[in-house]
Ligand binder design. Structure first.
Ligand code: FE2
Ligand code: FE2
Length: 291
């Protein structure tokens, strides 16, 4: 008799489709953290909806997803390593905004802000989830183009921070930092970014970059480098970190980069890295938040 469940595949008690059974077997044998898997699954679904066609009605739904990330971060230290191993085992599980969102939460979890009235981690996760919403306004022909972009096409993509800001700025339920991060996440610490060439920390100067944007910049570059893109292969965590430290060091807030590197090391995502910049052991980075 035919078994109706013959072609079903299960991963940690959840039925999954479209994944190669060998990969499922491999992931089940990795001993991954179930809470982290489920959290990633819900963030990924939410991120896909936001990327495909953002609609303000999604904000309410996104709050639950953001809360689940915050809860997972408080329960488990394994979220970063789990997601990393899942994506390495099956690159089709990669979703850019989902990974950025979680990495933002991982970094924010190690910061002690004074003078911030809300939930700092929650805000960072939310900012990561919506950071590239402006890309939904860019032609998919350009976004999905195989190979190198022309200057004209690249200039088109560079419009997405402003597009995202326009999309989000009047949605008061999201608060002001989400639209600010959509606008600022391609700014660089040394002032060479876009759209406004902001430089340094907003806590130090009015022309500086907001803390949530500085966190998101690190998460965004990391997530882009470890992923396979039409113009590049997926890089290992070691290679990713090497590029960030050797070629892009001045793009990031050095204090926040140290926090992130410490987290990669503590969660065994990277084994051997060169300590550049040096990574002192501290429990939490204290910043004086400027609204
Ligand atoms: Fe972006
Ligand atoms: Fe991005």
């Amino acid at each position: 008799m035919n078994d109706p469940h013959k072609n079903e595949h299960w991963l940690y008690g959840k039925k999954v489709d479209n994944i190669n059974p060998n990969i499922i077997q491999r992931m089940n044998s990795l001993g991954l953290d179930k809470v982290a898997i489920n959290t990633y699954d819900s963030v990924k679904q939410m991120a896909q909806c936001i990327e495909e066609c953002f609609d303000p009605s999604m904000i309410k739904q996104s709050e639950k997803v953001v809360d689940s990330v915050v809860e997972s971060l408080s329960k488990s230290n394994n979220i970063l390593s789990t997601i990393n191993r899942m994506i390495c085992a099956d690159p089709s599980l990669y979703n850019h905004s989902a990974l950025v969102s979680i990495v933002c939460g991982v970094i924010a979890n190690k910061i002690n802000p004074t003078g911030f009235s809300g939930n700092f981690i929650q805000e960072a996760v939310k900012c990561g989830l919506f950071h590239d919403v402006g890309k939904s306004k860019i032609s998919s022909t350009i976004l999905l183009k195989e190979g190198k972009l022309t200057d004209e096409e690249f200039n088109e993509i560079k419009k997405h921070p402003k597009q995202g800001y326009i999309e989000l700025k009047d949605l008061s339920e999201l608060g002001k930092y989400v639209s600010m991060v959509a606008l600022q996440h391609h700014e660089r610490f040394d002032g060479t970014g876009y759209p406004h060439g902001k430089k340094g920390r907003y806590e130090d100067s009015d022309n500086g970059i907001n803390i949530f944007s500085r966190i998101c910049t690190i998460a965004d570059v990391y997530a882009a480098l470890i992923a396979k893109r039409s113009y590049k292969e997926a890089y290992s965590n070691e290679k990713t970190l090497d590029i960030m430290l050797k070629n892009m060091l001045n793009h990031f807030d050095p204090e926040l980069l140290r926090v992130f590197i410490n987290e990669l090391k503590n969660s065994n995502v990277v084994n051997i890295i060169q300590d550049k910049p040096s990574t002192p052991d501290y429990k939490k980075l204290t910043i004086k938040f400027k609204a």
